[in-house]
Design a protein around this ligand. Sequence first.
Ligand code: PLP
Length: 435
Amino acid sequence: MTKLEQIRAAEAKLLLHTYDRNPILFVAGEGVHLIDENGTKYLDLLSGIGVNALGYAHPAIERAIAEQSRKLIHVSNLFYHEGQAELAQRLTERTGMDRVFFANTGTEAWEGAMKLARAHAGLLRREGKQIGTKFLAMEQSFHGRTFGSVSTTHKAKYREPFGPVVPGVEFVRFNDVEDLRSKFSNEVCAILVEAIQGEGGVRPISQEFFAEARKLADSTGALLIVDEIQAGMGRTGKWCAYQHYGIPQAPADRSSSVGWIRPDVTTLAKPLAGGIPLGAICCTEEAARAIHAGMHGTTFGGGPLACAVAIAVIDTIEKDGLLAHASEVGDYFMEELRKLARKHDTIVDVRGMGLMIGAELDSADLAKLAVAEMLKRRIVINVTSDTTLRFLPPYILERAQVNTAIAALDEIFTEHAAAFAGAHNSHAAGGPHRG
Ligand code: PLP
């Protein structure tokens, strides 16, 4: 039995069956490559589902872990340590928010943001405003696996086995302004969006919809909460994807000072500490009024090790110009995918921003096969929302590596697309868009 076979047998017997893993045993990583037990290198265009922003074995991360672990790995939130204020300073400056709460994961940050919205609405009610407790979430959304998160996650398979989930959530058709308007009222305590839906198929929010959400929330005091867990921390070429959305023409708008639509709350996680678990809720002073000592907390969140690594990640992104790099290489990647779409009809849409990219195919079966064929060619990608090939590479990706991926996809579609031609399926929404 190989080591991989031994591990597969042991996991099959010992673990809850929550994952269908690919039969590869990774033991190391280097730059944009993962390395398996036999020393074979894989080009990683997924970075652990959007986590390893600086790739693998980055010296800045290694240094931060080594130095901090020699000093202090954990101290409870009953005491101060050196990292939280320093990291919060960096995050508030870059997100345009005023205050931060540190959690451990994405879903935990999202739960906290939902609690903050309910607490904020409660405060407004005590101050005499009429505002309810309902959440408006989006169709195709994904916010995580804990109860609040699954309640606001659209796909039934994530919610229904665990019902009843948290009540008071209504789903709005994503980017449908009329649907948003018709479902919004002063019963709503928060509108919940991803600036780019990740699991939902790499779908950017529209300018019009986002601006309307901001306007509606402002009209009652409800919060606009933007989940940047997958899109944030530089992946799209800006610190947060919402910073791509300008303010229409609203000089008196509370966002006008920053030049882009400013949410009341945003959540970060995945790449925040370069692979060490860390999540964050960032919010405005107004939203933060709802929280006082003892209302919310965590044992591990914002520990010294995670904070030290997150500081190193942010400083490296800046020192190495990785926002501009992600934007430039991402544009190139999308251009090349659009060229490929002109050659292969099976690609019906290419979407994304920076290095958060989706290529939608007209067949779920072909999408699945393409991921497997890429893996055979030692390239890691995945499929989301059944038909969308998703690319979330480390920010250090270079054009040459994009070319490798494009050549592999070209070969795969040339070889296999004909077998799936005509098998258009209902998942492929929206017409061809080849940029
Ligand atoms: N929100 C978004 C947009 C995500 O993409 C994810 C994870 O994929 C989450 C929340 C949940 O994060 P985590 O898996 O760290 O709990």
